[in-house]
Design a protein around this ligand. Structure first.
Ligand SMILES: [Fe+2]
Length: 390
């Protein structure tokens, strides 16, 4: 457990450093708030014990800066001061202080309070680790579903995977979508067509205009079917709601609930726009240059005009990227970390091993080599020239 002590009185600082060291803590010190801030940025502490009055930056100013910076791990802050009026304590608490100790320091009390801080920090770290594990499980579950979709129908799985990526690209630009909304949004993109699992394969490749009455009925049940499947899992219920709404249209002529405009949840409008875009590019085989005209036709009719604007920007970026792309054929043995795939790597059966634009990592390279070793894939892949060093 690291403790940073900020104190301008050298005698007090040395005494605190000595005591904290004796109690088993790793201690580093600063003689004013500014120095403490610089040290903290270089090496974040678990606990900061700071004097109130210091040159250059006071204790409360230092603590306010720490709280505003939003360090990824919680830092427990203890203010040390001779000032103990109610007003001073309130001011300290407003700066984000966790505890307050008055001078002259009673070392027995300080030890007990530091122990409390250390216990809170440990609990916070445990909670963070558990939260990370839950988050990891969440995405593993989503990806298991996506893999199942891909096994059921490669085209459908590919469509869902691309929509999952596109919704995040769009959401990142939208001022009304926060990063906290991304996991649900991404899951909704990845799983929006999960209700199609089990549909006749020939139905999946048809456009709605090519379907007969019965086929249309089956097709139009997939958003509700998807909602039912996902509702079985508690933590996927927010996703289920969006999956139900992914075929609603801005003009109120979608399904299943004929919602219109703002009645359709914003994330569902984003998923819907991503679906339409991917269908234009991959199902309709519309060139990127012709996409804007098609999107403008859908704007205000099928799609939210504000969201179409984001798609137009993304499409423009894709046109530019396509222009800059230059491919190289590379043997698997020559692959290096950081290289970017210029096309999907597929098994000889057509099943996807690794999608285009994947950045190579050590484990990714090993994975491709092992697939080649089993004669599942060829010994060469296409990589984007710009991603090849030297
Ligand atoms: Fe759908």
């Amino acid at each position: 457990m690291n403790i940073l002590v900020a104190e301008d009185n050298q005698v007090t600082l040395s005494l605190l450093e000595k005591k904290l060291g004796e109690w088993g803590y790793d201690v580093y010190t600063a003689q004013n708030g500014m120095e403490a801030w610089a040290k903290l940025k270089a090496s974040p502490a678990d606990i900061v014990l700071s004097d109130w009055m210091m040159p250059e930056m006071s204790g409360p100013e230092l603590f306010k800066r720490i709280r505003d910076a939003g360090f990824t791990s919680y830092i427990y802050l203890i203010l040390l001061s001779a000032r103990d009026s109610k007003q001073d304590v309130v001011r300290g608490l407003e700066a984000g202080v966790d505890d307050y100790i008055t001078k002259p320091v009673d070392f027995e009390e300080l030890h007990a309070r530091i122990e409390i801080g250390a216990r809170i920090v440990r609990l916070e770290r445990e909670l963070t680790n558990k939260y990370d594990a839950i988050k990891k499980n969440y995405f593993q579950t989503i990806h298991m579903f996506t893999n199942l979709l891909e096994v059921f129908n490669e085209e459908l799985g590919g469509h869902c995977r691309r929509v999952g990526e596109l919704v995040i690209e769009m959401a990142a630009q939208h001022p009304d979508v926060s990063e906290q909304d991304f996991p649900v949004l991404e899951a909704a993109g990845l799983l929006h067509d999960v209700g199609m699992v089990g549909f006749p394969i020939e139905l999946l490749s048809k456009r709605r205009t090519e379907m007969n009455g019965d086929e249309k009925e089956i097709y139009m049940s997939h958003s509700v079917q998807g909602e039912i499947v996902l509702n079985e899992i508690d933590f996927l219920r927010p996703v289920a709601k969006l999956v139900r709404a992914h075929h609603e249209q801005f003009n109120g002529r979608g399904f299943p609930d004929r919602l219109a405009g703002d009645e359709i949840p914003l994330p569902a409008r984003i998923v819907s726009a991503a679906v339409a875009y991917d269908n234009l590019v991959h199902k309709g085989k519309i060139s990127l240059e012709d996409i804007p005209d098609r999107l403008k036709q859908m704007s205000g009719y099928q799609l939210d005009p504000a969201i179409v604007d984001y798609l137009l920007e993304i499409n423009l970026k894709k046109i530019q990227e396509e222009g800059e792309k230059d491919f190289l054929e590379i043997a698997l043995d020559d692959l290096e970390e950081g290289m970017m795939l210029a096309s999907d790597v597929r098994m000889k059966t057509g099943a996807l091993v690794m999608p285009v634009n994947t950045e190579m990592t050590g484990s990714g390279i090993e994975k491709l080599k092992s697939y080649h070793g089993l004669s599942c894939i060829a010994g060469k892949v296409h990589v984007i020239k710009n991603s090849v060093k030297g």
